[in-house]
Design a protein around this ligand. Structure first.
Ligand code: SAH
Ligand code: SF4
Ligand code: F3S
Length: 486
């Protein structure tokens, strides 16, 4: 449907939390585009503001309420000027605390969970339709059911111009929800049961992205490697097999996926890492703790040794695999010895990067009822020590790349004039002196130095000849040996 400028409305989406929320925000914008909503970057000009929220830790979820406080003022200003502002809360806080949000923040017009995004245009119409009523008579639209139907069957694909505008890399959700129930985690409650999208649907979306200029796709799922979407014959296909199918799409140069669970790192997926150049040698594989006692209490359903075995297998299949992880410090009952075990597993694995968090008690999770909650000061000290170790590993990893030639997907202008930047296979930011004409290509860069959290590169002769190397040299030109990673 084409819109005349008069009925174009402005949409601002603020995204918190994980990559899946980033993807979902785009899908919400896509769902509203046929109804005249165009994204804007200035919240002050918006007709509709959506907060796409995260519930994973207490701090993340409290951010919503402070943002709603600010929006209340903006809404009052707009109304004083004879205009309006609709406000919706989406995402995982909405799913977990729908009624509570409506009660605490009457400023909100809509509250809806991640599985209801296909119903967004109807919700907006309904909320807008009650604007003429006195505020006391309005009730917010709340939709936090887990619907029977699958939202992906209804969500529209973005227009090609929109895909082009969003850039060279894209997220694609292939799996959603979680059946693992780690005892600290809200995701099984906020996202619901594990669901995999059908293979053909995923391939069609990937082809659409590539047709819009996307060169790198990151497949998303709360448990992405538990993917088991059905093919046309109705047979389940694993993530490894899906990677082989995606590798056939002409023009797609790079494939990544996140987040994986150690238990689902099956041989098919590991074989795909061995066979496919397109699959980048960087894997986010959280272990959370290095102590078997804590892993058990976390209901991770794997031991430290299980995890180490998986790492060995992956590295045998792909020796230059760089690893990243997530760690929680201060889980209830965590002793000094347990924490030392976590430091030890970090030292043993050697991560290229890692995310670490202080345990945050989440209402409704089994962890909230455990004895032995850890004092804040102890959590702080453990987090500090853990992060120092991980930072040293990250620095060592970056330094190990100096002198090597890495293929870099050139994505954007650099911060300094005359510079452009992109990502290495290991997801490191790399910047170098070069022309913006190079954006969109994958070129070999000699790494000549490091700066905070990024690498400095220089175009090699092959790069100067402008020869895109997307489909061949990842493995041949790169050899980051494991000892340097540690
Ligand atoms: N599905 C992914 C991670 C989802 S949440 C997985 O299974 O690994 C992202 C990270 O947040 C987790 O890996 C964990 O490290 C952290 N996290 C989750 N719940 C938490 C809590 N209650 N307190 C602190 N960190 C938490
Ligand atoms: Fe949360 Fe565990 Fe599921 Fe990951 S596997 S989303 S940490 S319950
Ligand atoms: Fe947060 Fe929900 Fe993602 S809780 S981490 S936004 S799945």
């Amino acid at each position: 449907m084409t819109q005349t400028p008069q009925n174009t409305k402005k949409l601002f989406i603020k995204t918190y939390g994980c990559q899946m929320n980033v993807y979902d925000s785009d899908r919400m914008a896509d769902a509203l585009a046929p109804h005249g909503y165009q994204p804007v970057s200035d919240i002050a000009t918006a007709d509709l503001v959506l907060l796409n929220t995260c519930h994973i830790r207490e701090k993340a979820s409290e951010k919503v309420f402070s943002e709603l406080g600010r929006l209340k003022e903006l809404q009052a200003e707009r109304r004083a000027g004879g205009q309006d502002l609709l406000i919706g809360v989406a995402g995982c806080v909405a799913q977990a605390e729908g009624e509570e949000i409506a009660r605490r923040a009457p400023v909100v017009d809509m509250v809806f969970g991640p599985q209801a995004y296909h119903r967004l245009p109807d919700m907006v119409a309904k909320a807008a339709g009650s604007r003429h009523l006195h505020p006391a008579l309005r009730t917010p639209v709340i939709d936090t059911d887990f619907p029977e139907e699958d939202k992906f069957d209804y969500l529209p694909a973005p227009q090609k111009e929109v895909v082009i505008k969003r850039g060279l890399t894209a997220f694609l959700t292939v799996q959603e929800g979680c059946d693992k129930f780690c005892s600290f985690c809200v995701v099984p409650y906020t996202r619901g049961a594990e669901v995999s999208r059908p293979v053909q649907q995923v391939l069609a979306e990937a082809r659409g992205l590539v047709a819009g200029g996307v060169r790198e796709i990151t497949l998303l799922g709360q448990n992405v490697n538990a993917y088991h979407g059905l093919d046309e014959a109705g047979n389940p296909v694993g993530l490894g097999q899906l990677a082989y199918l995606l590798a056939e799409i002409e023009g797609l140069a790079r494939l990544r996926y996140t987040t994986s669970h150690p238990r689902d790192m099956d041989d098919g997926l590991i074989a795909a890492h061995r066979d496919l150049d397109i699959l980048m040698p960087y894997l986010h594989l959280p272990v959370q703790s290095g102590s078997d006692t804590i892993l058990k209490a976390m209901n991770r359903r794997h031991t430290r040794d299980d995890y180490m075995r998986v790492i060995d297998k992956i590295r045998s299949a792909r020796s230059d695999m760089a690893l990243s992880g997530d760690f929680i410090v201060g889980f209830p009952g965590e002793t000094d010895k347990d924490f030392e075990d976590t430091l030890r597993i970090i030292a043993d694995v050697g991560y290229a990067s890692a995310y670490s968090f202080k345990y945050s008690t989440r209402p409704g999770t089994p962890g909230a009822n455990l004895d032995g909650q850890i004092e804040e000061a102890v959590k702080n000290e453990r987090l500090y020590r853990l992060q120092a170790l991980v930072d040293a590993q990250t620095t060592a990893f970056h330094t190990s790349c100096v002198g090597k030639t890495l293929p870099v997907l050139i994505e954007r202008e650099g911060r300094m004039a005359g510079q452009v930047g992109g990502r290495s296979p290991y997801l490191q930011a790399v910047h170098f002196e070069g022309s913006t004409d190079l954006i969109g290509q994958i070129l070999p860069l000699e790494i000549i130095g490091t700066s905070t959290n990024s690498l400095v590169g220089k175009l090699t002769q092959a790069g100067l000849n402008n020869s895109d190397i997307s489909h061949d040299t990842t493995r041949k030109s790169v050899s980051v040996d494991e000892s340097r990673v540690a």
